[in-house]
Design a protein around this ligand. Structure first.
Ligand code: CMC
Length: 430
């Protein structure tokens, strides 16, 4: 019997089946051989939230949740956050290798020269109500780019794909910044090509009447680090949406909009905004024990805590905590940080959180930094979406070029009625 196999016995029939095991995985389609008789469809697996189902093979991001490891293309996240810029990491995620000096120069040039929005896109954004949530504006406007760039439909051409990737990486910060300016009622600021990716984003957010916006270097670097930490996270909810929509061969603008829509949910990228609301609700350190009791009694969740994959610590949270210190040296002490630190301390000593392996995740401290830097909570998820765009696009390309991938189409277990007799309107009762 070959070693890399598993033998299962179907107790319904007494029959045994030997199935290959590859990469610690059996193929779900092999289960279909397991039948009770010729009319049987074959055995399926049931996994409503993909708790134990690999949907793809990937070489982009590696996570070991038990050990708290996160690597992009083999490089530990700590090393990348320490030594790279966001655009360098974006290149790595997309092309598999770190760029050399010339490659990085061209890459930065290309992304920088795709930051402008078409004036009709600007007009489209102006049509939103003045209190529109920036995340809703981002999702809709990214989808609207599909109408601006019809060439994007040519998804099988690598050059066309790369052009759309550059456009998206260049334009998403511009859309994000405009969605913020729209919310606060200030005019749209055009990109400034002299600035770095994050400096330019800050320029488009905060420039007022000064002739040239100059970002504080410590804050610009902190934002760049946050962008690196958020760039990819393998098969999370939004990436799964990107791959699923992309598998139908929708263009990358529509697939990215779908991914961003998934990210907006409070259990995913929306959590950082919720953390701030939670800290506001707690108000002061004395109220923390009562708040924790409320959570333990099942009334809500401790936002920014827990993760589907990390069951020890989230390495991104550790780096963010350090980054927070450099930001607060510039922006001054922050009372929310004190509440957050105390909340973390109490939760980490509590049996409820210990037993369930609930630790601070990436969203726990990021919101506090963003607020200290001057961002409104409505922008927090947008700040997650900007850097995650490259992760979505890298995963999308990998999916499109993987010969094993087809249109994503899960199965269901039917639990509804059998065929029913139609009831005419006059017989349906009151
Ligand atoms: N506060 C209190 N209890 C929690 C929390 C929390 N934040 N997270 C999980 N639990 C409990 C949950 O009630 C359950 O308890 P029990 O076994 O008694 O029913 C147990 O822990 C397991 O929870 P789960 O819902 O089965 O875990 P999951 O892997 O499906 O959920 C999660 C992961 C991130 C959605 C969840 O931990 C959560 O809702 N956290 C708060 C929201 C949040 O911070 N999200 C950001 C995630 S990181 C950034 C990103 O990827 O977007």
């Amino acid at each position: 019997m070959p070693q890399d196999t598993i033998t299962v016995t179907d107790n319904r029939t007494g029959q045994s089946y030997t199935l290959p095991v590859e990469n610690g995985t059996i193929r779900a389609m092999d289960m279909r051989k397991i039948k009770t008789g010729p009319g049987d469809f074959g055995l399926m697996t049931y996994d409503p939230a993909f708790m134990n189902t690999a949907s793809c093979k990937s070489a982009i991001t590696f996570i070991d949740g038990d050990k708290g490891i996160l690597r992009y293309r083999g490089y530990p996240i700590e090393v990348l956050a320490e030594n790279c810029t966001y655009l360098e990491v974006a290149y790595l995620l997309l092309f598999g290798e770190l760029p050399n000096e010339a490659q990085l120069k061209d890459w930065v040039h290309d992304i920088t020269h795709h930051t402008m929005l078409h004036e009709t896109t600007k007009k489209f954004m102006e049509g939103f109500r003045d209190n529109a949530h920036p995340m809703a504006m981002l999702v809709s406007t990214v989808a609207a780019l599909s109408a601006v760039y019809p060439d994007a439909k040519n998804i099988h051409d690598p050059e066309t794909r790369l052009l759309q990737i550059k456009r998206l990486l260049g334009k998403v910060p511009s859309i994000a910044a405009f969605s913020y300016r729209h919310l606060v009622g200030f005019p749209y600021i055009y990109p400034d090509n002299d600035l770095t990716y994050t400096e330019n984003f800050m320029n488009m957010l905060w420039k007022m009447v000064e002739p040239k916006y100059l970002a504080h270097p410590v804050l610009a670097r902190a934002l760049d680090i946050l962008f690196i930490l958020h760039a990819d996270h393998e098969q999370n909810c939004s990436t799964n949406a990107m791959r699923a929509v992309g598998s139908a061969q929708a263009d990358p603008y529509l697939a990215t909009a779908a991914a961003a829509a998934a990210l907006s949910g409070p259990l995913h990228g929306g959590a950082n905004e919720e953390v701030l609301r939670m800290l506001d609700e707690i108000g002061s350190k004395e109220n923390i024990p009562d708040y924790i009791e409320k959570i333990k009694a099942g009334k809500g969740r401790l936002m920014g805590f827990g993760h589907r994959v990390y069951k020890n610590f989230d390495p991104r949270a550790t780096i963010i905590k350090r980054t927070a210190e450099s930001v607060f040296e510039v922006t001054g002490p922050n009372e929310k940080l004190d509440i957050a630190l105390e909340l973390e301390r109490i939760a980490l000593e509590d049996e409820y959180f210990i037993q369930r392996k609930l630790y601070p995740n990436v969203d726990f401290y990021s919101g506090i930094i963003y607020q200290a830097m001057g961002f409104k909570p409505e922008m927090f998820t947008v700040l997650f979406a900007i850097p995650r765009t490259v992760g979505w696009l890298a995963q999308w390309q990998e999916m499109l070029t993987d010969p094993e991938q087809k249109i994503a189409r899960p199965r269901q277990i039917w639990i509804g009625n059998d065929t029913r007799e139609f009831v005419p309107m006059d017989k349906r009762g009151k």
